[in-house]
Write a protein that binds this ligand. Sequence first.
Ligand SMILES: [Zn+2]
Length: 376
Amino acid sequence: MTAALAVYLSACSTMPDDEEAEPMVSVSNDSRPLSSFALPPDQQDCYDRTSEPYTAVVDSHFHPRPFGGSAIPAPELFNFFDNTTVRFVNYFGIGQVLDLQSGCTYYLDCPGVPASPSIKNDFVNGMEVMAYPHENLHITLSMTFMDLAHPENITSLIELYDKEYPGMFSWSGELNVMKQALLGNLHEPATKESIDGWAPFMAVLQERGIPVTLHSDLGNDANPTEFLPLMEYVLASYPDNKIVWAHMGLSKELANMNPYEHVTIMQRLLGDYPNLMLDISWDVLFNAYHEWGPVFINFFNSHPTRILPGTDFVAAGTKSFDQYAKELDVTSRALKAMDDNAFRHIALGENYFRLMGLDYYAPDICPTTAAVSAGQ
Ligand SMILES: [Zn+2]
C-alpha cells in the first residue's frame, strides 16, 4: 500500500457517517486570496501540501438557492467562502423549484409536490452577483432552467437570458437527464427522442464554449447500469460539447456497485469522449464507496485532467457555515490522497481554469512535497 492510500484509508475511518468527524477547514488568514491565482505559476508561492489545506479552491457544483423557501443571504454566503479555501464557485440555481404554493423547502420531504425546471433562481442569482461586492470570489453563473424532457423552448429562453443578463451566464446545469430521487416529485426523465431535440441549444452551448453539467444516474442496486445507455446516447449525440457528468453517475439508489466495474465504464467513456469531464461532488461517493478508496484514487491519479471537485451543497436558509465547511472537508478527503499532479489539476483549479478559458493558474506544488510523493 502506498503512503497516499494509507492516508486515504485512515481518513475513511472518520468518513461522513462518523459523527465525531470535525471539519478541518482552514480560515481565510491561512488561505490564498483570489488575486494570487491571477499570477503565472512561477510567480506564485509554491503550494506546500504538508502545511496548506487539502480542501479545494474550486467548488464546481454548488446550489446557492434551495428547492423552496429562504436562502442564505449573499453577503453571509460570501463569508462562508472567504472563511474556507474556496475562491471559485459555480452557481447552480437550483434549477428545480418546488411548487410555490406548497411551502416546501426540500423535495424528499414533500413527495408528490412537483419540482420543475425554472428560471426563477437563476434570475435571483444574477441580481445578487451584481448587487454585492465579492473581491475574493470568482462566481460563474449557470443556466439551470432547461427541461431536458421538453427542450422545445430552451433556445428562446437563452435569448431571454442574453437580453436580461448579457454575457453573464457561462455554464449550464446541473440539469437532470435521469434522477431517480426526484421521480416522486414528477421529474420527467429525458428520452432518446427528447435528447435528439436538444440539438439547437447544444449547438448554442458548443458555439459559446459553455460546459453543461448533467445529472444522469448510472443505475440502481437492482440494475447498476440500467440508465447507462441514456448517458451514452447523450455523449454519442453531442461529442463536441463540454459535458460534465455529475457524481460520476452515482446516487443514493446505487450503493452496491462493483467499484472496478464502475471505474472501467468511466475509463472507457473518458477514452471515447475527449470532451467529457467527471464531477466528483457530493459525499455519496465517500458514503457509498469509502471502503473502495484505492480503486478511485488510482483512477483519479490516472485521469488528472478530467476531474472537477465540488460540494453539491444546497444553501437553504436554515443551514450554517459549519455545515458547508464539513461538506467541503468530506468531499475534499479524496483530494488529500491524490498525487501532486492530480491535486494541482483538480483541487487547485487547473482543470477548471482551462475548461473555462479563465486567466487564472494553479500554483506549482512545492518540490519537497513532490519528492515525498515520488518516493511512494
Ligand atoms: Zn447538485
